[in-house]
Design a binder for this molecule. Structure first.
Ligand code: G3P
Ligand code: CA
Length: 238
């Protein structure tokens, strides 16, 4: 079973920051998951929430700041003062970093294009990935937004997509088939449901967010391809 670091090594480092990605990589994870929002001036930035106050010292919506303005905020101190100075990474920072890592890993990029609609986000991402030539081998694009995934599929028929699923959703297989997804990423509730059982017979499944070894043990032998965890140190076989 593959181990993906959810928002980087977010159990011990500030989520979605370069230090969290580096630490996850150094630990030997198979993949890294991150979340993408878009700034006022169209930069793709790595942050989970639509607003910045939970994970920075600023206040407001990502969409209302230019990238330069966002760079001023501290994205580390909220987690622990020793991480003061961490910034909200641009997605290009992560891609630059990844391009320089020798060991190949999966990068699971979640498009947070749902609660707030970011016009042109999918096109931006594709243009960017194309310029890095990473997407065919290392990158998977995920979203809860079916609309966003359809758009990605229209724009790039070969790109790897993952449908995000939670709770008691139904008809997941139909959507997954029509999107031709590579994987579904599901929460525990969905995983243990009858629908979840049906889906994983047909589509590679990754379960998020597994932070306890006891849960990981329950997944062994289930055919699950990967788990996402905030604590890859607990999950990785050393
Ligand atoms: O990709 C699965 C997981 O990251 C989705 O939930 O809220 O952590 O982005 P969330
Ligand atoms: Ca996510």
């Amino acid at each position: 079973m593959y181990i993906y670091a959810h928002r980087g090594f977010s159990g011990k480092y500030p989520e979605n920051t370069m230090i969290a990605f580096q630490q996850a990589y150094d630990l030997g994870v198979d993949g890294i998951e991150l979340d993408v929002q878009m700034t006022k001036d169209g930069e793709l930035v790595v942050i989970h929430d639509e607003r910045i106050e939970r994970t920075t010292d600023g206040i407001g919506y990502v969409k209302d700041f230019s990238y330069r303005q966002l760079c001023r905020f501290d994205a580390g101190s909220w987690f622990h003062p020793r991480f003061a100075g961490e910034r909200i990474p641009a997605l290009t920072d992560v891609l630059d970093w990844l391009a320089n890592q020798k060991r190949s890993i999966v990068l699971s990029i979640e498009l947070k294009n749902g609660i707030i609609q970011y016009d042109g986000m999918e096109e931006k991402l594709l243009t960017l990935l194309d310029s890095y030539r990473l997407w065919n081998h290392h990158v998977i694009i995920s979203s809860f937004s079916i609309q966003s995934l359809y758009k990605m599929r229209q724009l790039a028929k070969d790109i790897n997509l993952a449908l995000l699923v939670e709770g008691t959703e139904q008809n997941v297989l139909d959507v997954a088939r029509s999107l031709n997804v590579k994987e579904v990423h599901v929460d525990w509730t969905f995983f243990i449901s009858a629908e979840g059982e049906k889906v994983r017979q047909e589509v590679d499944t990754c379960v998020y967010t597994i932070n306890e070894v006891s849960l990981l043990n329950k997944l062994i032998g289930s055919g699950v391809k990967a788990i996402m965890t905030d604590f890859p140190d607990r999950m990785i076989r050393r």
